[in-house]
Ligand binder design. Structure first.
Ligand code: ZN
Length: 397
């Protein structure tokens, strides 16, 4: 990890390296923001170094939603830097609204950093999404409850209640005719209109699966959790850690498109869901893609569903499985502060006729990391095996 000793005062170009200036320049001049142009300018700057610089910009040093200092997460689709607690709520909105990545633990590509730069960071995004917050709605603080955060974040990004548009009926102060005029297509980006249109398009194409999953899980949790409150708050709980799920590969998956399939994997933990990229025409896809989820206090099973991506109709189901991550979480808690360096076996999830395991899922401690390799036989489908690696991380990351 690159450690920079830059001036960290909040002038927006702190730690003034070429990468930061270039990113700043690109945010002003989007047409210059491409991989080839960047490599001409900056041949040796890694995506992580560019991210580090973005994190130092004044507005990005505090969570966009609650103001906590030093946020370690970002929504790459919304372009905001957020804290761990708010990141859990972003994930529960679904990837069609907010795609959450860890600033330190995920491997960012230059393209993903480009996207963040283009969106403009916390200050710019909050100007759009919080343009018009009614007086009776209070923005969460670093110590606000999960319910307060969830309510605000949902209004802000999912219901888009605080946008400065004529559709925003929740607005407490009337919009002047001049304001409408400023939202002409020529400068639409400055009032957030363009982004919101894209946002709605995304929702219509991708919302189905995510929403269905969230609802089916939500019902279960709300029964014993928050039965009388608004459904938007159901199941919002404290998080005890993070789980990094590496979706390694699929083997001999089911055919859904004449002779082959375009598979991707959706992971759900409580109300959060994330998914891998689609691999076209492949029944033995290798994703090797790591996805991060927050672990709620009452650990739910990790639900894994494989789908075949269809452009013109609902994605086809290609099998599912459930993983009990409680033993892994327990082992991670027990060894969190351990100083043992050699590899050792901590336990195992034994394969049997009653579960979906192909072989025993062994929990190991390797270089201080608690991991589990799992090979699952997909259920409710004719065939298919999925290889997954799990790693539990403490909440301090
Ligand atoms: Zn926050």
């Amino acid at each position: 990890m690159a450690v920079r000793q830059g001036n960290s005062e909040g002038n927006g170009v702190s730690g003034s390296t070429g990468a930061c200036l270039f990113d700043l320049f690109c945010s002003e001049t989007p047409s210059l923001n491409s991989q080839s142009q960047r490599s001409q300018w900056l041949p040796h700057v890694t995506p992580q170094e560019r991210l580090d610089n973005l994190m130092r910009q004044a507005g990005n040093r505090f969570c966009a939603d609650c103001g906590s200092s030093d946020p370690k997460w970002a929504s790459s689709s919304l372009g905001v830097f957020i804290c761990i607690q708010c990141s859990g709520i972003h994930r529960s909105l679904g990837v069609h609204i907010s795609k959450v990545l860890s600033l330190k633990l995920d491997d960012w590509t230059d393209e993903q950093v480009d996207e963040l730069v283009k969106l403009g960071g916390n200050t710019v995004i909050n100007k759009r999404y919080e343009a018009c917050v009614p007086n009776n709605i209070k923005k969460p603080k670093p110590h606000s409850s999960i319910e307060e955060r969830a309510d605000y974040i949902r209004r802000k990004y999912e219901l888009l209640q605080f946008l400065d548009t004529e559709k925003n009926l929740q607005c407490s102060f009337p919009l002047s005719p001049q304001r409408y005029l400023t939202c002409s297509p020529s400068n639409a980006a400055s009032c957030g209109f363009q982004m919101d249109k894209r946002h709605y398009e995304k929702q219509t194409t991708k919302a189905r699966i995510g929403t269905a999953l969230r609802h089916s899980w939500g019902r279960k949790e709300s029964e014993h959790k928050i039965s009388k409150k608004s459904t938007s708050l159901a199941g919002m709980v404290q998080f005890v850690g993070l789980i990094k799920v590496n979706v390694v590969k699929g083997t001999n998956l089911a055919v859904r498109d004449v002779v082959t399939s375009d598979p991707y994997v959706m992971l759900s933990l409580g109300h959060q869901s994330v998914k891998t990229r689609v691999i076209k025409n492949n029944l033995n896809p290798v994703w090797n893609e790591s996805l991060m989820l927050s672990i709620p206090e009452h650990v739910p099973p990790l639900k894994v569903v494989v789908y075949d991506k269809d452009t013109f109709s609902t994605d086809d189901f290609m099998g599912e499985a459930e993983i009990d991550i409680q033993p892994l979480v327990t082992a991670a808690k027990a060894y969190e502060k351990s100083s043992i360096n050699e590899s050792m076996q901590l336990g195992k999830w034994v394969a049997s006729g009653e579960n979906t395991l192909v072989k025993d899922g062994i929990i190991t401690l390797e270089e201080g990391k608690v991991k589990q390799e799992i090979q699952l036989r997909l259920q409710k489908v004719e065939r298919g095996v999925l290889d997954i690696e799990l790693e539990c991380l403490p909440l301090t990351q």
